[in-house]
Design a binder for this molecule. Structure first.
Ligand code: 6PG
Length: 235
């Protein structure tokens, strides 16, 4: 595991953008799963503003680690946020963007999306393998849409499952922990003082870390990298 710490959210996002730029230079195709949340949004804005010319976007096939069960036009949609801050500013083919159909019936969509990923990605250890998965960290220790009250989603044999937000009850489609940990590389992008306690417990294996889904994300044959700003790594 690698921990990279930067001054603030902007320099954290820039460091990851630089990494993506470097990684794509020597790749033919990168199957990447995106996250929602504030730090990825910062990353997308930066990529659109400063990197759109020096990245060959059609090398990427974009998927999502989780998506809210809402239409793509909803302000809640992770795809909608990515389209607004990144996709509409870059040259990327439609067929390189594999959004979750948040407007579909959740159980049917979890199946459809899981089958799409299984068909499109190489299979390692009997599970589809992403080249790169970006994750955020919730203040309750959730990641993707695996929340503390649904720890079984970490070890489900499925590729995708229907999750439920603990307070709003909003249905989500999420990759399972098994698929996330099967990736070649998993990068957490976590910024802000509000996450410092959870980051401390997870990285130092202390406190209530066993209650947090993010603690269980351990790539079996891949890399795990934490991109943190100073505030999130404060403890
Ligand atoms: C989502 C994200 C979620 C997010 C965390 C952190 O769909 O909201 O996938 O897992 O990464 O909630 O979000 P913030 O970075 O905005 O705190």
């Amino acid at each position: 595991m690698e921990i990279k710490t930067y001054k603030n959210p902007e320099t954290t996002a820039k460091a990851f953008a630089d990494y993506l730029c470097e990684k794509q230079a020597t790749a033919n195709r990168i199957n990447i799963a995106l996250s929602g949340g504030s730090t990825p949004k910062l990353l997308f804005e930066l990529l659109a503003k400063k990197y759109c010319e020096n990245i060959e976007w059609n090398k990427f096939h974009f998927y999502w680690g989780d998506e809210r069960c809402v239409p793509p036009t909803s302000g809640e949609s992770n795809y909608g946020m990515t389209h607004e801050f990144l996709f509409q500013h870059i040259k990327i083919e439609e067929e390189n963007i594999h959004r979750v159909f948040g407007e579909n019936i959740p159980n049917e969509e979890a199946l459809r999306y899981g089958q799409l990923i299984t068909e499109n990605l190489p299979s390692i250890n009997g599970l589809p393998q992403f080249d790169l998965i970006i994750l955020g960290l919730g203040e309750d220790g959730h990641t993707a849409s695996i929340f503390p009250h649904q720890m079984e989603l970490l070890t489900s044999k499925e590729v995708c499952e229907v999750a439920e937000h603990p307070t709003s009850g909003q249905k989500r489609i999420t990759l399972t922990g098994s698929v996330i940990s099967n990736a070649k590389e998993v990068c957490f992008l976590v910024t802000g003082q509000a996450k410092a306690e959870k980051v401390n417990e997870i990285l130092n294996i202390t406190g209530d870390c066993q209650l947090y889904p993010a603690s269980y994300i351990k790539p079996t044959h891949g890399e795990l990298v934490w991109y943190l700003d100073k505030a999130a790594s404060g403890k």
